[in-house]
Design a protein around this ligand. Structure first.
Ligand code: HEC
Length: 140
């Protein structure tokens, strides 16, 4: 019993350590977007996880269909998503649940550009991207 609990503790410690490392890179990226947003608009008051959450769940009508970021990524970003059109499984977006998220700026920019264009008809602003990541960082 004792051996098992020590093993479990070690595994949990590893998971906690790994999660911290991922969240650090997502946080760095969020900080970068915050700095850009401030450059564009000196009135920017920093990132808002609440605005990011509203943005994530806001439904827009696209070709007669109600669609939000949450339509594919689900309302819980720590959960697996499901593509609204193809039904394909999507790995969780929240860095706490998925180590690879927001670690590769090229991939992040490519996905933001594509999905923002699909959903809101233009690329998202630095403020919107930063808010979005700030929200995902609050999801454990
Ligand atoms: C039609 C389905 C769909 C919708 C709607 C959608 N996404 Fe995605 N999203 C995906 C898929 C598919 C991937 C890529 C597969 C993967 O990386 O697991 C992805 C990945 C991403 C990533 C990549 C993150 C990383 O570091 O890997 C970001 C950022 C993202 N989406 C943001 C958004 C935002 C913001 C919205 C709303 C404006 C949105 N998505 C709406 C399907 C969707």
């Amino acid at each position: 019993m004792r051996k098992i609990s020590i093993g479990l503790f070690a595994a949990l410690a590893l998971v906690a350590f790994g999660a911290q490392a991922d969240q650090a890179s997502a946080q760095k990226l969020a900080d970068k977007y915050a700095a850009i947003a401030k450059n564009i608009d000196p009135a920017s008051k920093g990132l808002s996880a609440d605005d990011g959450k509203a943005f994530f769940n806001r439904e827009l009508t696209i070709r007669g269909k109600q669609i939000a970021c949450a339509s594919c990524h689900t309302t819980n970003p720590a959960d697996h998503g499901k593509h609204a059109v193809t039904g394909k499984k999507i790995e969780p977006l929240a860095p706490a649940a998925n180590a690879k998220r927001f670690s590769n700026i090229d991939k992040v920019e490519k996905n933001f550009e594509k999905h923002c264009l699909d959903i809101i008809g233009r690329d998202c602003t630095a403020q919107e991207k930063g808010n979005f990541i700030a929200y995902l960082l609050t999801v454990k």
